[in-house]
Structures are given as structure tokens and as C-alpha cells.
Design a protein around this ligand. Structure first.
Ligand SMILES: C[S@@+](CC[C@H](N)C(=O)[O-])C[C@H]1O[C@@H](n2cnc3c(N)ncnc32)[C@H](O)[C@@H]1O
Length: 372
């Protein structure tokens, strides 16, 4: 397969007879092709991450044969992946010794268990690309692609994306922005995590605050099984998990705090869920919603380097899973203005918004149920 660019006449030609700026056509074709090349680099990052090639590179420079040996992989594939990553400016190459190097600064972004390892995010592209034909059908006919269609990979990829973030910033970057909530958790309160996925956030909080009781709810049976298994492995007696549609979040007995990590914007009925959370809190209870950092206005998001990714992920996942059930289809970039409006409509007061260190695409919405 070879890439195509439009025929634009001789290099000196700047305009066609019909007023088309041919230089602009050529420049734009180059921009499109660069985008296609970047998408291939993303897939190569996924391959290098999931096969352990980045870990092998992080251990030191090597030829493709040495790196293949180090990672236990097939040399011919390793060389081709590396060549894409070199030309894609991820890996460096020294032709003298045919040696490949992952600069230490790049290794920070592509290896390790922490919040800075960006390789799990590359897997989102791989997963969502599989749904392009089904979403194309929905674009023509309406409806959407339901959550189940993304399983079983979604649960694992979501876990890989959020686990490092939770380890890195939940206790030290998110909770400190929640006013007096850590003190209440310390004293011992009832807490829910809605759309908890594999439950790592609830488990981390349960470990840090043994006097509080945590319950995580999710639609996904596999996610809930993984969350329950982790709670057991961590020896937690104050964390439990249940398969539940949170539109039916129990309100009796009420919760002192409810958390939602990236789980409101893809709801079928987000307004209904927010109202339900409000009902399920004690007076003065706190709702902590970690969601996407974006504006509700497209014009504000132009120039945001993450915005094309957000709208694309929305089209191929967050929006379509909601529309699949006739839902609101808020979309990933529903944005701060709409989020604030919907929180107010659900009855929440004292809404404040906080950035999260090292996580530029999320922010924390902290809000309360009025005391009287
Ligand atoms: C984007 S994932 C986030 C998962 C987890 N909070 C995390 O940060 O890793 C959204 C989760 O919400 C769950 N979900 C969506 N709608 C739900 C509903 N109505 N009731 C319960 N869970 C729901 C999905 O199954 C999915 O696990």
C-alpha cells in the first residue's frame, strides 16, 4: 500500500483556472497524510507497549536483534516497529552501530506503572477503530453501538488507563481539592463510587480510610468481579462492589459522599443519574465528579491539542454508547459550562472546579447537597 496525494500540477502553479489555490491543496494533503502517519505511530506505540518492547528499550540502547532477544520477540517485527517509531520521533537511531535508543525523557512517558505512562491510551485507538463500520451504520441510520460491543477489551483498557492515574493522583491530587472531605473520610462515612469500573479508586480510598465504608457500582459484570477480587487481595473489609444500573442508586441509607470518575458523560440518562446522586446524599453530602476538561463551546476547544482525540473518542465510544439506548449522547467534550448547568439543575450547590496535577485532560467538579 502506498499513500496518495492529489495531483497539483507543476510546483510553480499556485492557482487553477477555477480559483482553487493549488499550493493550499498540496499543503492540506500533506497535513492529512501526516495525520495518517501519526495514527500508525499510535498503533506502533500500542504494539511496543503491549509486547514489552518499550521496557526492553528502557533498559538501554540496542540493535533490533539485541532488543528482540531482550524482550523475547521476533527480530523482523521488532525492526519494522522500531523503524516506524524512529521516523515517528518516538525512538532515536544511530546508523553507525544500527542502535536504537529510547531517550530517558521518552521512557518516562512510555513505561512504568504510574500516571505518566501513556501507552494504555494508544490502545483506545486500536479498540475504537474496530467499531468504525458499526458507528458508520449508526451515523446513517441513527442509534449507536452499545457498551457490550466494546467488551471484553474495554474493561481491561479502561483499567490500564485509569489505574496509574488513580495511583498517582487520587489521594494526593484529587482528594486534597475536596475541602473537608478527607477529614470526613478519616472519621468514617458511607461512600459510593458510581460507574466504578474495576474499582481501583474505591479500593485505594478504602485502604487509606479504613473507618469509612465504600461501595462501587457498575453495569459491567467483569469489572465488578475484578474490583471484588482486588478488594479481597488487598484484604479490605470496608469495600464491596455490585452490578447495578446507577439510575437506581439506592438512597436509603444515604451516602455522605459519592464519586464518579469519568462515568457521567457517557450515561444514557445523565440528568437522571445526577438527580439520583443528589437524592442519595445526606444533607451537606459531597459529590465529586472527575470528568473531561473541555469547554462546551467548540470555538474554545480549537487549538486544544487533545480536542480532536476527545471528539473522536466521543463519536466512537462515549456518545455512541449513550445513543445506542436512545440516550442524551452528551459526548466526551460536553464541557464545563454544560456540566455546571446540569449539576445546578440536579440541585447541587457550591460547585467548584479543580485541575488535577499531571492529568491535563481531566478536572474535578466538587459540589454539595444543601444542608437544609
Ligand atoms: C469510562 S468508564 C470509567 C470507569 C472507572 N470509573 C474508571 O475511571 O476507570 C465508565 C463506566 O461507567 C459504567 N456505566 C455506564 N453507565 C452506567 C450505569 N447506568 N450504571 C452503572 N455503571 C454505568 C460503565 O460500565 C463503565 O465501566
Amino acid at each position: 500500500m502506498t499513500p496518495m496525494t492529489p495531483t497539483t500540477g507543476s510546483p510553480s502553479t499556485t492557482a487553477s483556472g477555477d480559483g482553487i489555490d493549488l499550493k493550499r491543496v498540496k499543503a492540506f494533503a500533506g497535513r492529512v497524510m501526516r495525520g495518517y502517519a501519526e495514527s500508525m505511530v499510535t498503533l506502533m506505540v500500542d504494539l511496543a507497549g503491549r509486547t514489552g518492547l518499550f521496557d526492553a528499550l528502557a533498559a538501554g540502547p540496542g540493535t533490533s536483534a539485541e532488543l528482540a532477544e531482550r524482550a523475547g520477540l521476533t527480530e523482523r517485527y521488532v525492526r519494522e516497529i522500531l523503524n516506524s517509531l524512529v521516523t515517528g520521533e518516538i525512538v532515536e537511531y544511530d546508523p553507525a552501530g544500527a542502535e536504537y535508543t529510547l531517550p530517558r525523557e521518552h521512557a518516562i512517558c512510555l513505561t512504568g506503572d504510574g500516571v505518566r505512562n501513556m501507552t494504555p491510551v494508544s490502545r483506545v485507538t486500536t479498540l475504537l477503530a474496530q467499531q468504525v463500520p458499526a458507528v458508520a451504520h449508526a451515523v446513517r441510520e441513527g442509534g449507536g453501538v452499545p457498551y457490550e460491543a466494546f467488551q471484553p477489551d474495554f474493561t481491561e483498557i479502561m483499567d490500564a488507563m485509569s489505574r496509574g492515574r488513580m495511583d498517582g493522583v487520587l489521594l494526593t491530587g484529587i482528594l486534597p481539592t475536596t475541602g473537608g472531605l478527607p477529614a470526613r473520610l478519616e472519621a468514617g462515612v458511607r461512600v459510593a463510587d458510581i460507574g466504578c469500573g474495576t474499582g481501583h479508586a474505591a479500593n485505594l480510598m478504602a485502604q487509606a480510610y479504613p473507618r469509612s465504608q465504600f461501595v462501587g457500582y457498575d453495569l459491567g459484570q467483569e469489572a465488578i468481579a475484578a474490583a471484588t477480587a482486588e478488594a479481597r487481595e488487598m484484604g479490605l473489609s470496608n469495600a464491596r462492589f455490585e452490578v447495578l444500573d446507577v439510575t437506581a442508586l439506592p438512597a436509603d441509607p444515604p451516602f455522605d459522599a459519592v464519586f464518579a470518575f469519568d462515568s457521567i458523560h457517557d450515561q444514557v440518562d445523565p440528568a437522571g443519574v445526577l438527580a439520583r446522586v443528589h437524592d442519595a446524599l445526606v444533607p451537606g453530602g459531597r459529590f465529586v465528579m472527575v470528568d473531561i476538561k473541555a469547554s462546551s463551546r467548540l470555538e474554545d476547544n480549537i487549538g486544544n491539542p487533545y480536542a480532536p482525540w476527545l471528539y473522536g473518542v466521543s463519536t466512537l465510544h462515549c456518545m455512541t454508547v449513550s445513543l445506542a439506548h436512545g440516550g442524551a449522547g452528551l459526548g466526551t467534550a460536553w464541557g464545563e459550562q454544560l456540566a455546571r448547568q446540569m449539576l445546578a439543575d440536579a440541585g447541587f450547590v457550591d460547585v467548584s472546579v479543580h485541575d488535577i496535577p499531571d492529568v491535563p485532560y481531566n478536572q474535578t467538579y466538587l459540589c454539595s447537597k444543601a444542608t437544609a
